[in-house]
Design a protein around this ligand. Structure first.
Ligand SMILES: Cc1cc2nc3c(=O)[nH]c(=O)nc-3n(C[C@H](O)[C@H](O)[C@H](O)COP(=O)(O)OP(=O)(O)OC[C@H]3O[C@@H](n4cnc5c(N)ncnc54)[C@H](O)[C@@H]3O)c2cc1C
Length: 866
């Protein structure tokens, strides 16, 4: 074994081998993979080998599409077959809600370069004749699905990596990891120590143990998973003989079943409700190529549905039941990227669908390690998306919930109950018990969403359509706009940045100029490629003291970036201290035309219009509690954000309610706040603002001071401005019916034959396109389900109409009484406010939409500045 390597990858499952291959392909030949036993000695060897592109997160879906496309490349390079069967697959809807879900998924596919198609149950039966189609109302066909040989695929990655110079050390366990002062890692193995610049945790079933070697408790847990293989079935053989094709894969959501042809029989797996974790606390090192005891009783409810939906299966002999463990993160997506607080320690774990996602994970991670950036939008799988609240027990409850809901519909207004409440503010009881709040989970913190009338059950009726919250959220919005309301804002990220170097540090990270003492600015933050990686409110509390607020969910992500850019060993004047408050600082916001009068009653400071102006910051006592007050709110109305230690929050809240009583003050929740931001055309972080957009694309130019010319991302931003942005964020008013946009809907434009070749959502790598009848589909063994008739390709054109963009978020703007959406369009279309030019596809229906350049509420910002 070599004694030095640029990078050591721990674990030779499909993910570790993919990471190794991608690192070598990116030019790092001096890389070493260390495997405890043989390759595929964790989950990888007993996988069912299915792959597909569909994922709730379009960015992860893109990675899955990349993974599937990659197999041809590694087969060619390695000479090792992956055993690909690109059969295509159908997803079966048994209810109108599930059909809505498929319509949404299909609509997303329109700008992701996917060629899904909505089909009838009879059409699906023609591809998988074992089904009783009368159980279903519709289906979605996806040509880019299939199955492969898990071991062959893992070895293909490994061989391809070796060909590019990477090395693999088998039968040698990593037992300890230590780091020297200069950052060098000592990777201590059973056979000696390797010094490495970088370490990657691809430990799969043992990823927690590898994490613990560096003091990390990674939020992942293995679950038992069963699939069964039948004896050869005459129905299958007959279909193959008659058509010369293999049967397609099927997902039956109702039965929580996936099924497909395996040799002359059928493979059927379940994600059963009675989900069972495996090795909840630690994974034994001596677990190897073993299977777990099958438990048919546990999956029998799913099998019962399966036998009804696929009657021929009931008579099939069961050849084998496989039960094996594999790992999940609390939300079911992988944990990838650098770990905050550790230098050059990387994760690629909790990859629950290694054969759909492994390639994309390897690409993202290798880009990140080699170029300093994943190269595209990987937030959905960034290890930084979980905070310290994602403990072992939290993870256990959430992973079980996620597993048992794998085939359940997640509605846009649905809050999942497991592991809650995790964190609460001092107002939790007041909100829940006294105010009848419907609470939501905001990065582990309970946050009021809306307030149900007294005497009713505070509960959302989950739906893709407008629901029971609609009139009450509307009531909260109107009460704020016409008078005053109060809401909790503890669920923001809050940081103090201080020290002699604080101003210079922030100036370098942020695109805006730093404010004078007592003033506030809004500022995006860019990466070196000029893409949006943050959006902050920054107040200067003193010459060397700043308060910074941002998106709650991005706290670890942003801390990781801040720490990376802290000045190293400089003179004293470069010293910068960053403190993340988390819930040691909480907040309340009051907003509406009467909010100043409320504040005036609570303070001994002059907060009159002239003395406390829009975008001012002051430290003052509010209701006798030491507080920080920002003269702005996300409602876009006259309003204030008031920040205080939690011990004072209740006192301030009670003071506000008392002072506001004469103005009829109401409590309002996050949904009202988000509705109000829509009618102001304000963007949100992670929806409108993401690392795939530049600041001019995101319409953030007011906050980008190019004349500063020394911030990170300056060159790229200057180029973007000089060339003109390719895309542009816009707001729409939509003629919606009883459902508003949720995000990710396609935007159609009547542009005749004009070709907008760039309508695919940007993601950073060559867009993998799969052409029905093209090379990818033709790989299907036995002709499979390849559908060469171009009529089956539902492209992105329809007569004069083209899909030209995508929605990022939206909803109902209650005060202006309009359904609104925000999204991205090619810049040349983004200023045309004509009627009849755009349509937005909501639940399969194309609804007329019109660009709205000025915010429909208070377009001149008079209320906000008032
Ligand atoms: C029954 C079943 C069916 C499945 N079906 C599918 C499917 O159809 N499609 C799909 O995409 N996925 C499927 N999966 C999931 C898939 O198997 C996983 O996503 C994938 O195997 C994860 O790969 P990995 O490389 O992350 O982890 P693993 O395969 O667990 O590999 C980790 C490797 O790291 C090594 N290792 C750990 N710690 C150390 C150390 N300290 N020193 C040296 N080596 C170490 C281990 O020996 C192991 O070889 C299935 C899983 C199961 C159990």
């Amino acid at each position: 074994m070599k004694s030095h390597a640029k990078a050591v990858v721990i674990g030779g499952g499909v993910v570790g081998c993919s990471v190794l291959y991608h690192l070598a392909r990116a030019g790092w030949a001096d890389v070493l993979l260390i495997e405890r036993s043989e390759l595929t000695s964790g989950s990888s060897w007993h996988a069912a080998g299915g792959f597909h592109t569909l994922n709730g997160d379009p960015n992860v879906a893109k990675l899955q599409a990349y993974t599937v496309q990659l197999y041809r490349e590694i087969e060619e390079l390695s000479g090792q077959s992956c055993g690909l069967h690109l059969t295509g697959g159908v997803m079966m809807a048994d209810s109108p809600e599930r059909m809505d879900f498929l319509r949404l998924a299909h609509a997303k596919g329109r700008y992701l370069g996917m060629e899904t198609e909505l089909i009838t149950p009879s059409e699906a039966k023609a591809m998988f004749p074992l089904m009783d189609e009368t159980n279903f109302v519709g289906a979605m066909w996806d040509p880019v699905e299939g199955h492969l040989d898990p071991s062959g695929t893992t070895h293909a990655y490994a061989r391809a990596a070796r060909k590019l110079g990477a090395e693999i050390e088998l039968r040698n366990r990593v037992v300890e990891l230590t780091q020297e002062a200069d950052g060098t890692w000592n990777v201590v193995t059973e056979k000696g120590t390797v010094k490495a610049e970088h370490v990657v945790n691809c430990g799969g079933l043992w990823a927690r143990e590898v994490g613990r070697m560096v003091g990390l408790e990674l939020p992942l847990l293995a679950m038992e998973h069963m699939y069964l293989l039948t004896e050869p079935m005459p129905e299958v053989e007959e279909f193959n003989r008659a058509t010369g094709r293999e049967m397609v894969g099927v997902i039956d959501f109702k039965g929580e079943i996936y099924t497909r042809q395996e040799r002359n029989g059928i493979l059927l797996g379940t994600y059963e409700k009675a989900a069972k974790p495996w090795s909840e606390h630690e994974t034994p090192w001596d677990f190897g190529h073993e299977l777990l005891q099958p438990d048919i009783d546990r999956i029998s409810p799913s099998l019962e549905v399966g036998f009804r939906h696929f009657p021929a299966l009931e008579n099939a002999g069961i050849k084998q039941v496989i039960n094996g463990p594999f790992t999940f993160a609390p939300d079911g997506n992988p944990l990838v990227g650098p770990v905050q607080g550790l230098t050059n320690f990387w994760c690629a774990c909790a990859v629950m669908a290694g054969f759909s996602q492994g390639g994309g994970v390897g690409l993202a991670l290798s880009n990140w390690m080699v170029n300093g950036d994943p190269g595209f939008d990987v937030w959905g799988m960034d290890v930084a998306r979980f905070g310290e609240w994602a403990t072992l027990r939290y993870t256990n409850a959430k992973v079980r919930e996620n597993y048992s809901r794998r085939f359940s519909i997640r509605f846009p207004n649905e809050e999942l109950p497991a592991a809650r409440p995790a964190q609460t503010t001092p107002l939790y009881d007041v909100m829940v018990r006294d105010n009848n709040a419907v609470m939501g989970d905001s990065w582990g913190l309970e946050t009021p969403l809306w307030f149900a009338p007294k005497g009713t059950e505070p509960k959302d009726i989950v739906s893709f359509h407008r629901s029971n919250d609609f009139e009450h959220v509307g009531g909260e919005v109107r009460a704020v706009r016409n008078g005053v309301g109060v809401t909790e804002i503890a669920n923001f990220a809050k940081y103090a940045v201080s020290g002699p170097g604080a101003a210079a540090f922030l100036d370098r990270l942020m695109t805006n100029r730093m404010p004078k003492t007592g003033r506030i600015v809004l500022s995006p933050m860019l990466n070196e490629f000029g893409k949006l990686i943050g959006d902050f409110t920054i107040a200067r509390a003193g010459e060397e003291r700043f308060m910074v607020w941002g998106s709650s969910a991005a706290q670890v992500y942003h801390m990781r970036w801040f720490e990376k850019h802290l000045p190293k060993d400089g003179p004293r004047d470069s010293e910068v201290r960053i403190h993340r408050f988390d819930q040691t600082l909480v907040g309340l916001s009051i907003a509406g035309p009467k909010s100043r009068e409320v504040l005036e009653k609570l303070v001994d400071t002059d907060v009159s219009r002239g003395a406390f102006r829009f975008m001012d910051f002051r430290e003052m006592a509010v209701a006798g509690a030491p507080s920080m007050v920002n003269r702005l709110t996300y409602t876009g109305d006259l309003g204030y954000e008031i920040w205080m230690p939690p011990a004072y929050q209740r006192r301030v809240y009670e003071g506000i309610k008392e002072a506001g009583a004469e103005f009829g003050i109401v409590d309002f929740g996050m949904r009202a706040l988000l509705s109000m931001r829509l009618e102001k055309n304000f963007p949100t972080w992670f929806r409108e603002l993401r690392p795939i957009y530049g600041p001019f694309e995101g319409a953030m130019e007011r906050f980008v001071k190019l004349e500063k010319n020394d911030f990170i991302g300056y060159e790229a931003a200057a180029r973007e401005k000089a060339k003109g942005p390719r895309l542009r964020r816009v707001s729409f008013i939509v003629e919606a019916l009883d459902a508003d946009v949720m995000g990710d809907e396609p935007i159609w434009a009547k542009v005749g034959k004009k070709d907008f070749g760039t309508v695919e959502k940007p993601h950073g790598f060559g867009a993998p396109r799969f052409t029905a009848g093209g090379a990818a589909v033709q790989r299907s063994e036995g002709g499979g389900a390849s559908r060469e008739d171009p009529a089956h390709i539902r492209g992105i054109a329809d007569g004069e109409w083209r899909v030209v963009g995508w929605v990022t978020s939206g909803g109902y703007a209650h005060f202006v009484e309009k359904s609104m959406a925000q999204g991205y369009l090619p810049a040349e279309l983004a200023e045309d406010e004509s009627e009849g030019l755009f349509e937005i596809e909501i639940l399969g229906q194309r609804r007329p939409a019109r660009i709205n350049l000025l915010p429909p509420f208070d377009p001149e910002g008079e209320r906000m500045r008032g």
